[in-house]
Ligand binder design. Structure first.
Ligand code: 5GP
Length: 210
């Protein structure tokens, strides 16, 4: 069987802190595919290189320009299955025919060190994290409009018609989930959204408002 890369294989016991015991919090950004999470994330990395972002595993093939270990850890289905089996993923979800997941160890280690952690994931994963770590801060990235979202999904030009259709269906479901989040961020300007996000990561909304 294929071995999982060492960087991922680093088990940490899952013991979320009870509410109010640590200062650092996890911030989770989610939103429909095509809303611009990647662009906002890229702007966060560019403008605020000190912000720590979790690197997910995925079974999808790298797109041109993507590097293993940077955008994602690109892994096989067998590797993901082994990681799920051994509890190495904080959350995982099947999305448009591929599996995506957040390695648990690095995130919990950051938080245990009292430092903020940041995830960018889709809705099913966000719901798993919310159950596990209700004290995290959940930020919904909203498109300026559904038409704009549709234009972006079609305009990206990297996916087949079928994948685009799946993603639009998923986007409709995800748009309806807004009420499950703590904060809404409209992506009408990538730079502004990135800066607001970084403020939220550093200074989360108070727990009492949740
Ligand atoms: P893409 O294939 O376009 O990079 O990502 C597809 C979707 O998967 C996006 O909505 C992205 O945010 C989400 N995603 C990326 N990493 C993870 C992860 O670790 N877990 C979950 N649940 N979703 C992820």
């Amino acid at each position: 069987m294929l071995r999982t890369p060492e960087v991922i294989l680093d088990p940490v016991p899952l013991r979320p802190d009870p509410p109010g015991t640590t200062e650092a919090r996890l911030t989770v950004l989610s939103g429909p595919s095509g809303v611009g999470k990647d662009a906002v994330l890229a702007a966060v990395r560019r403008r605020h290189p000190d912000v720590w972002v979790s690197t997910s595993v995925t079974t999808r093939a790298p797109r041109p320009g993507e590097t293993d270990g940077v955008e994602y850890h690109f892994v096989s289905r067998d590797q993901v299955a082994a990681m799920i089996e051994s509890g190495e993923l904080l959350e995982h979800a099947e999305y448009a025919g591929n599996i995506y997941g957040t390695p648990r160890g690095p995130v919990l280690r950051r938080l245990a060190e009292g430092r903020p952690a940041f995830l960018v994931i889709e809705l099913q994963g966000m719901r798993q994290v919310r159950k596990l770590m209700p004290d995290a801060q959940f930020v919904f990235l909203a498109p300026p409009s559904f038409e704009e979202l549709e234009r972006r999904l079609v305009g990206r030009g990297t996916e087949s018609q079928e994948v685009i259709r799946e993603r639009l269906d998923q986007a409709r479901i995800e748009l309806a989930s807004e009420s499950e989040f703590d904060v809404r961020l409209v992506n009408d300007s990538v730079e502004r959204a990135a800066d607001e996000l970084v403020s939220l990561i550093a200074d989360p909304v108070p727990r009492s408002r949740k």
